[in-house]
Design a protein around this ligand. Structure first.
Ligand SMILES: *Cc1c(COP(=O)(O)O)cnc(C)c1O
Length: 389
């Protein structure tokens, strides 16, 4: 099919839940994507923070295809090696205890929410479990996770939402203290609000949240779906804030492009979920886990140092562009405040000129593959500069 045939069929036959940009992706390698029309693009999106190693990384393709030829799926009624390997890597590197595997970020957060509610009712004897999340957060699209998402825009149409969620302004320690009561079982937050505009939380607020949770025996949940797996320059962004959560949720970047997500549980709550309490057919699928093993084994300390250095490099170059007012985020998760053009317009204009970028609220958002080279960064930044001029 040519690109026009594909676009036409898409409009006719696929539910219009996405506003698509005008490009039909055909293939990719590293930080370069080729459309079915043969046009080449520099990729500053990594599939929304998913393709950590870029498109079709050789080692990743090998790991995944080898597993695919050996065992593609068997169900969670049996043991498999790729699953335990990922769990071992995640727990050893975080110091947390155990992992639950799902297939997406929303499912990762669902697992955390269910665990928190069971923890509250069984361990603390709470009848009305309340979870506090932050205004301007994003936690997913399922009923529980859109309820957890502290943005009015998501709270239309699908009523009734779940009971037992309360929203606190980011960085308002006093408000958090006030909202926590005897019915609170968890506080959940992103260290950098991704969809909310790439807004970093204050270290003092994150530390206060950890302290309040510890004092009141409340679970402290970090949603690291977007910030995790090396994106921020550390394996998980909470490491920048000097805290250790009770639950860390992950998805996007871990599979290198295959659907996998989950939650890592600390001592307090690693045995809360028991047989029959939770599960999912595909969770921890061997092929997705083989991809995750490759991604995690590549993201060592030297790799993370590189991510941080590239982040600093982009930040400096961006701040030299006259239309750039400020740059938020960490590592290779960056929010760019621009003037003279709407962020959405900048994204379309950049695509036209061969650069894939994203928006987050009114900012331009950059999430390049972690393996992007300095040459590719320069090429993309040059296009961005032209687009903003
Ligand atoms: C993307 C995202 C989610 C949802 O992940 P899905 O895989 O789309 O379900 C949840 N939390 C955060 C912080 C995200 O960025």
């Amino acid at each position: 099919m040519n690109s026009n045939e594909i676009k036409k069929l898409d409009k006719e036959k696929i539910v219009a839940t996405y506003n698509r940009y005008d490009m039909v992706a055909g293939s990719g390698k590293g930080a370069r994507c080729i459309s079915v029309d043969g046009k080449e693009y520099i990729d500053f999106t990594a599939g929304i923070g998913v393709n950590s190693l870029g498109f079709c990384d050789d080692g990743w393709v090998k790991a995944v295809t080898e597993q695919l030829g050996r065992l593609q799926h068997v169900s969670n009624l049996y043991y498999t090696e790729p699953q335990v390997k990922v769990a071992k890597m995640l727990t050893e590197r975080t110091g947390l205890e155990k992992v639950f595997f799902g297939n997406s970020g929303a499912e990762a957060n669902e697992a955390a929410i269910k665990t928190a509610r069971k923890y509250g009712s069984v361990s603390k004897g709470i009848e009305k479990n309340k979870i506090i999340t932050l205004n301007n957060s994003f936690h997913g699209r399922t009923m529980a996770t859109i309820t957890a998402t502290g943005q009015e825009g998501y709270h239309k149409y699908f009523t009734p939402f779940l009971d037992g969620f309360d929203y606190c302004d980011a960085n308002d320690i006093q408000q958090l203290e006030k909202l926590v009561d005897e019915n609170t079982c968890a506080v959940m937050m992103e260290m950098i609000q991704g969809e909310g505009g790439v807004l970093n939380l204050d270290e003092a607020f994150v530390k206060a949240a950890e302290r309040i949770c510890a004092e009141k025996d409340i679970l402290f949940i970090a949603d690291e779906v977007q910030t995790g797996i090396g994106r921020s320059g550390k394996l998980f962004a909470y490491e920048h804030f000097g805290v250790v959560p009770d639950i860390v949720t992950f998805a996007k970047g871990i599979g290198g492009g295959l659907p996998i997500g989950g939650a890592i549980f600390g001592k307090k709550c690693c045995d809360v979920l028991e047989p029959g309490n939770h599960g999912t057919t595909y969770g921890g699928n061997p092929v997705a886990c083989a991809g995750a093993v490759e991604v995690l084994s590549r993201i060592d300390d030297a790799f993370l140092g590189d991510v941080a250095a590239k982040g600093e490099y982009i930040r400096e170059k961006l701040l030299d562009i006259p239309q750039v007012k400020s740059v938020s985020g960490m590592g290779l998760m960056l929010g760019v405040e621009i003037e003279g053009k709407e962020a959405g317009q900048a994204v379309s204009d950049a695509l036209e000129k061969g650069l894939m970028i994203l928006t987050a609220k009114d900012r331009v958002r950059l999430l390049p593959p972690l393996t992007i080279t300095y040459e590719e960064l320069d090429e993309g930044l040059k296009i961005l500069k032209d687009v903003l001029a």
